[in-house]
Design a protein around this ligand. Structure first.
Ligand SMILES: *Cc1c(COP(=O)(O)O)cnc(C)c1O
Length: 437
């Protein structure tokens, strides 16, 4: 099993994560159960932060893209590790505030922030608002005037880079709902307008070219495009940009088919490119921000399920039903995402079967994996899905009135609940039967 996960197999042949026997965790907390390993989260954060310190003389800040897994506890950890935070909604902003996260290190993204969200961001003393459109710029300026405050902003740029990844999560190209384009000059129109607004200070350029990217080249190309924009803005309009935010999207190894990425090497290479190109353009090297999301939390998490019926349909398919599914992990349903599956209670059983792991929801597409290798699985086994730390809990839902599972944070053999599981009462909490019904 990949050495970048803090898991091993104990003498009982059980999967152990963060020093906790997963079978014992199931006894204590039930299934489904999200388990997050604190050591791995902190280690991933340090890899990015240390690389910046080493290769870019500390002139950078790592923002944890909280949408990957957003709870108050992870905000606290990110702060303790010296990271900033990327939020994309009023709810994520509120979570950061609740966790006592320093607001000046929070960056607010999103292609359609409401006036209420923008107002909340300004009131909280947020570090940067990453403005996505000319419309948002005018709304923000009016809000600033009303409140008598100034906003320091970045602008989301579409550098026109195609990253080799799944279409749905490709966001760098011109045909995208995010940001302003370079090709058609939108960025320059935006910057000229921002310069005219007295309450707005445009300090940064931001881009995010997609997710689950394994090649270095798209990042390098992006740096080239963005620095050219920086140079043009300075030369043509006298606008000096001091911050370059290169977004997230660093690939994660979900199965053995995925490559392992040395993130520090990426940061070194990007840092070198920035320094070199800035030299050529005669620009001061900008402060750099990066926004890893899944690279921080994906391999820190596993999800534990109890196996129910196993239907071996001869010459067709073997369905293994688990007691969760798309409500706690919608990623297969959304993108046919690949995962690694193991039997947490019988780790050494040979993976000699090909099975399809199905959830318990009323959708045929409610699968977690199709035709995946697994040992001879039986009802009552504990199935662990690895690398579920990113975009599982944060994308979970109440379909079929299913309560979200709890999240426990494990460390040194201790498990602490960081998100309570939802019970039936939580499910009906907001329901109302009108009096005249
Ligand atoms: C989604 C997103 C990220 C994080 O992406 P990962 O693939 O999880 O690293 C970072 N920045 C922005 C703007 C995003 O939309």
């Amino acid at each position: 099993m990949a050495e970048n996960r803090n898991i091993y197999v104990n003498e009982k042949d059980h999967l152990v994560i963060g020093g906790c026997d997963s079978v014992e965790l199931v006894k204590e907390f039930g299934t489904p159960l999200y388990v997050m390993d604190e050591y791995t989260i902190r280690n991933n954060m340090r890899i990015f932060k240390n690389a910046f310190d080493e290769f870019y003389e500390g002139k950078g800040l790592v923002l944890y893209a909280s949408k990957a897994f957003c709870t108050t506890a992870i905000c606290r950890i990110a702060h303790q590790e010296g990271l900033g935070l990327d939020v994309v909604s009023g709810g994520e902003l509120y979570t950061a505030k609740k966790a006592g996260f320093p607001m000046e290190k929070v960056y607010f993204h999103g292609n359609n922030k409401s006036p209420k969200e923008l107002s909340e961001a300004l009131d909280s003393g947020i570090g940067r608002i990453v403005v996505d459109s000319v419309h948002e710029l005018t709304v923000l300026n009016s809000l600033c005037q009303e409140k008598g405050v100034n906003a320091r902003i970045s602008v989301r740029v579409k550098p026109g880079i195609e990253a080799h990844t799944h279409d749905y999560i490709l966001t760098g190209q011109i045909d995208s709902k995010f940001g302003v384009a370079v090709e058609n000059g939108e960025i320059f129109e935006f910057a000229r307008m921002a310069k005219c607004f007295e309450n707005i200070e445009l300090v940064g350029l931001h881009c995010h070219i997609g997710s689950q990217i394994f090649e270095l080249e798209p990042f390098e190309k992006t740096v080239q495009v963005m620095l050219k924009v920086m140079a043009d803005l300075k030369e043509r309009y006298g606008i000096v940009i001091t911050e370059l935010n290169l977004g997230g999207g660093y690939g994660v190894q979900y199965t053995e088919e995925d490559d392992y990425i040395h993130y520090a090497k990426y940061i070194k290479s990007v840092s070198d490119t920035v320094k070199k190109i800035c030299g050529e353009y005669g620009l001061e090297t900008p402060f750099i921000l990066m926004e890893p999301g899944r690279a921080i939390v994906a391999n820190a998490g596993i999800t534990l399920y109890t196996v129910g019926p196993v239907k071996d349909i001869k010459n067709v398919r073997k369905y293994v039903a688990i007691d969760g599914g798309m409500s706690d992990n919608p990623r297969y349903a959304l993108y046919e995402s690949k995962y690694t599956f193991v039997l947490a209670n019988r780790m050494s059983a040979p993976k000699d079967q090909i099975v399809t792991v199905a959830g318990k929801h009323c959708e045929s597409g409610d699968l977690l994996g199709k035709d995946v290798p697994l040992a001879d699985v039986k009802p009552g086994d504990i199935l662990a899905v690895l690398d579920t730390g990113a975009y599982n809990y944060s994308m979970s839902m109440n379909y079929n009135r299913t309560g979200r599972p709890p999240v426990v944070l494990v460390k040194d053999g201790k498990a602490r609940v960081i998100v309570k599981g939802e019970d039936y009462e939580d499910i009906v909490r907001n329901d109302i039967i009108p009096e005249d019904l």
